[in-house]
Design a protein around this ligand. Sequence first.
Ligand code: BEZ
Length: 212
Amino acid sequence: MSLRLGDIAPNFKAKTTEGELDFYDYLGDGWGVFFSHPADYTPVCTTELGKTALLKNEFEKRNVKVIAVSVDPLDKHMSWRNDINETQDCTVDFPLIADEDKTVANLYGMIHPNASETFTVRSLFVIGPDKKVKLTLTYPASTGRNFQEVLRVIDSLQLTAKYSVATPADWKHGDDVIVVPAVSTEDAMNKFSKGVKVIKPYLRYTPQPDLE
Ligand code: BEZ
């Protein structure tokens, strides 16, 4: 069965381009982005891994560890990594799991037999410090993912984890956020010192609380 929001992301040990690792040890107490790609030496995957490497500082700022997986062997990952670095002008220094026997791919439901019996689809999981799944994405092989969107969701998740807020459609960092229904307007007025704008009793906005 596939993993759903709120499920515990299962632990595993794996061979990677950064050595053998235990997934939970790698994640530590922070957040994780774990994603699969169909195959090495393919164009869309090359751009995705390059983009992820170029966003290293953005992931670090948010205390997020990144890790990728495909069913290719380690030596192939190693040589393809050179191509990614060369063509995308980056340094891939996050681990690429070599999952030849599909243990990890099956654990995370990354093989969708009606799409491909052999290769992982483009699955992506955001995992919280509690090791629970906070976001799942599944893209087809032909569509590269939007890693700015992944960062945007992480920003939203981290705000929700810290404050009683949610984020509206198309929200981006700096925009007003939504007071969650569980908080009364009276409590919201006390809690959010920058003010609460009441459009409807159930639709209330407040400035992003972690900004000066
Ligand atoms: C790609 O990464 O370019 C790709 C991989 C598998 C199928 C189609 C495209």
